[in-house]
Design a protein around this ligand. Structure first.
Ligand SMILES: [Zn+2]
Length: 157
């Protein structure tokens, strides 16, 4: 592989490839500032290495029935159905995060009201995912910013 200038740019990852599936997927926001923390939580906190990722702006927000997100919601449900059929998913994790720009910009929500809506969305999204996938093991978390770190708090769904 080479770039525009014809320079050799091929890169080989040192991370070993393991083909075994973990049968779990996470739906979360694609915000690059929180990606590594989400990985850390899922891989080390919940012990789910190689989990399937469904990342898009706002994450589970698109499954909560907001009119602004109908198209994304349909597409994510299609992806989930695929993962259930082909990767035999048995567990799904939904994560919302504090300061999510999707909620402040697209849904025009701020501060305390934003967090309340995010948590209510996790409950709604769980019901939608459960209805479509028939998977019972669905968990939700709210990632809170605490002095420069993210703390993952379980949300009752
Ligand atoms: Zn976000």
């Amino acid at each position: 592989m080479s770039d525009i200038l014809g320079v050799e740019t091929s890169y080989e990852s040192r991370v070993p490839y393991d083909q075994a599936r973990i049968h779990a997927a996470a739906i979360y926001c694609s915000d690059g500032r929180v990606g590594e923390q989400f990985d850390d939580f899922l891989q080390n906190g919940l012990h789910l290495p190689r989990y399937d990722r469904v990342a898009l702006p706002g994450g589970p927000a698109c499954l909560a029935g907001h009119p602004q997100t109908t198209l994304e919601g349909e597409s994510v449900l299609g992806e989930l159905k695929f993962l259930v059929d082909v990767h035999h998913l048995e567990r799904i994790i939904l994560i919302a995060h504090e300061g999510c720009a999707f909620y402040s910009s697209r849904l025009s929500l701020q501060d305390r009201r934003r967090e309340l809506v995010q948590k209510a969305d996790l409950v709604r999204a769980t019901a939608v995912v459960q209805g479509v996938t028939k998977i019972d093991r669905i968990e939700a978390y709210f990632a809170r910013l605490v002095s420069g770190s993210l703390r993952f708090e379980p949300v009752e769904v």
